[in-house]
Design a protein around this ligand. Structure first.
Ligand SMILES: Cc1cc2nc3c(=O)[nH]c(=O)nc-3n(C[C@H](O)[C@H](O)[C@H](O)COP(=O)(O)OP(=O)(O)OC[C@H]3O[C@@H](n4cnc5c(N)ncnc54)[C@H](O)[C@@H]3O)c2cc1C
Length: 408
């Protein structure tokens, strides 16, 4: 499809997670008509725990929403690393981020980002339809037709699939593509009410416990937000997660953290409802687009949550794709350039997340000894090496350099 007459183009967005609403706003900024279709009902969309948003994501997000509003409930991104005896073995401050990238990592509730983005979408007059599960796609030179489970259809010039890790769009476009692989890990966590914890506000306590890793922080509202990983051979269903797995996970966590420094055991004991999010990886996809349809966010490249990049990468995708659609004369060129630019970056990040995940899970006496000894110095050296992740910005006026990722 030629997109010379962009102002009249129409786009369907599938998914109202993080990428969907942001993409719809970006396209509306180009003068296009966009509509979002989301499979969940409005009240279900607030599911999820909390997410880290790093400067690269915040620098996209700030164009749509007031970051201070998001910070009404948050935990700061500073990290204090502790060993199994509770000894501080290193700190990773975010002051450098503020100075260098103009924003500091924060953790916020997924529901809060989603709410603010959807509010912006509503203010912009972009229609968002709930309970619309995409089941089929048809396309030809004139555009795309999306069919939903309730039998309704929508036609537009092109479609951006923001339907997450288990993307139906991906399955339809590329039926032979590898499926998401369950990594035998659940990302678990919860919000817990505990008295007298306010003095611990200011940092995430990343503890390399005796048998496993555990992280906790105090929010500006005085609540505990914690996360860690739970290992389970068989992929659980959502029903198992909300029923029998709750007890299983709690008993297991209490057992493996019983010798770890305070207040870890107490936090787990006081946890009433645990959130568990099975971690998947999508093997590299040869193509992210076909005809008038392009995948972005987790639909194209789900990453494990160990370095908190899922949402930030999805947000980056929206601005890069919008810029290419704006600059290129055809959609196919825009999609092609988008994948060329984004794929090396996200795949490098996926590798990084995998390594971090492995380091959290296997305490070994020799590596533990060296980690405790050298972590402080290592962090100092590493802080600047993160520029390629956190310093990523898109200058709307300057051309995007397809080679930029290889320089880092
Ligand atoms: C319920 C939920 C809870 C999450 N909780 C966490 C968390 O606690 N911590 C964390 O790090 N990450 C979490 N994530 C993942 C994180 O939000 C994403 O990695 C990241 O934001 C990338 O965003 P995305 O928009 O690409 O995908 P997502 O945020 O996953 O959004 C995809 C959207 O598409 C919708 N959708 C899926 N299939 C269809 C279909 N066939 N038709 C229409 N709509 C469809 C989904 O309902 C969802 O709203 C969660 C994701 C979900 C869906």
């Amino acid at each position: 499809m030629n997109i010379g007459n962009k102002r009249k183009s129409s786009a369907i967005i599938i998914g109202a997670g993080i990428a969907g609403p942001a993409m719809a706003i970006q396209l509306q900024n180009l003068g296009m008509n966009t509509e979002i279709f989301e499979s969940r009902q409005g009240h279900e969309i607030n599911q999820g725990l909390f997410l880290g948003i790093t400067p690269n994501g915040l620098n996209v997000l700030r164009d749509f929403i007031d970051i201070e509003k998001l910070k009404e409930e948050y935990t700061p991104g500073k990290m204090i690393f502790l060993n199994a005896q509770g000894k501080n073995i290193g700190e990773l401050d975010t002051k450098y981020q503020k100075k260098k990238y103009g924003a500091e990592t924060i953790q916020v509730k997924r529901a809060a980002i989603s709410f603010e983005l959807r509010k912006k979408v509503a203010n912009r007059g972009i229609p968002l339809h709930y309970g619309k599960k995409l089941v089929q796609l048809f396309q030809n030179n004139n555009g795309v037709i999306a069919r939903f489970a309730d039998g309704t259809e929508k036609k537009a010039d092109f479609l951006i699939a923001c339907d997450g890790t288990h993307s139906v769009c991906r399955k339809i476009l590329f039926p032979d593509a590898p499926k998401p692989v369950y990594t035998r890990q659940l990302s678990t966590g919860a919000f817990v009410k505990m008295d007298d914890m306010d003095q611990h506000f200011g940092a995430i306590h990343m503890t390399f416990g005796k048998k496993a890793f555990f992280a906790w922080a105090v929010s500006n509202q005085g609540d505990i937000w914690w996360f860690n990983n739970f290992y389970r051979e068989n992929e659980p269903t959502q029903e198992e997660i909300s029923s029998k797995l709750q007890e299983e996970m709690k008993a297991y966590l209490l057992k493996i953290h019983c010798e770890d420094p305070e207040p870890i055991y107490d936090i787990i004991e006081k946890t009433e409802e645990m959130f568990a999010y099975p971690v998947y990886e999508i093997p590299s996809l040869p193509k992210w687009y076909k005809g008038n349809i392009c995948l972005i966010g987790d639909a194209a490249h789900a990453t494990a949550p160990h370095i908190g990049q899922g949402a930030s990468l999805a947000l980056e995708d929206t601005v890069v794709l919008a810029k290419f659609i704006h600059e290129q004369s055809s959609l196919i060129e825009a999609f092609e350039k988008f994948q060329q630019l984004r794929q090396p970056r996200v795949e490098k990040l996926i590798q990084t997340a995998r390594k971090v995940g492995n380091n959290k899970s296997i305490p070994n006496p020799i590596t533990t000894f060296f980690r405790d000894l050298f972590l402080k110095h290592f962090i100092k050296m590493e802080i600047k090496k993160m520029d390629w992740i956190y310093g990523y910005t898109v200058d709307w006026k300057a051309p995007l350099q397809l080679s930029e990722i290889y320089n880092n």
